[in-house]
Design a protein around this ligand. Structure first.
Ligand SMILES: [Cu+2]
Length: 153
């Protein structure tokens, strides 16, 4: 069972995918606006959930939102934000993350993270996992993440 963030793509059903296929050259150009840097997964022993981190760059002229995340390596991938309230912390689900035009946003410890649960196979430090990132401009990036121990941060 895959828990996914509510997204524009989901709301539109297959319509978005069809539009992308018909507008392949334009979609391809949009793809290039967003790039990923330093994608890694903080692996924890046992059945503890892992967390994915990365930096998203937008070289385009318009803001682009990360609207959905999915993976063939994990049954559940969610975009979360850690919120500190004095001495306590809690995680909340986030339905989109805006990458500003000509800017970048960090998904980093203490802030946003990709919550990775229900691994579909054994995953260990040194592995590479893939997480598919879907954006509001129709771009999809199937992104390799390097799996590291907390000590390797
Ligand atoms: Cu979380």
């Amino acid at each position: 069972m895959t828990k996914k963030l509510p997204s524009l793509a989901a709301a539109l059903g297959g319509a978005l995918a069809c539009a992308c296929a018909m507008l392949a050259p334009a979609a391809h150009a949009a793809d290039k606006a967003i790039s990923v840097q330093n994608a890694w997964v903080r692996w924890l022993p046992g059945n503890l959930p892992a967390a994915g981190y990365l930096t998203l760059r937008n070289d385009g002229d318009k803001n682009v939102d990360l609207v959905d995340v999915d993976s063939d390596d994990y049954g559940s991938v969610m975009l979360h934000q850690t919120i500190s309230n004095g001495s306590t912390q809690k995680m909340v689900m986030v339905d989109k993350l805006t990458v500003p035009a000509h800017g970048s946003v960090s998904v980093a410890p203490g802030g946003y993270h990709l919550m990775l649960e229900e691994p579909k196979h054994k995953i260990a430090p040194g592995d590479t996992v893939h997480i598919k990132l879907e954006f509001s401009n129709g771009a999809t990036l199937d992104t390799p993440f390097a799996v590291k121990t907390p000590a390797q941060q």
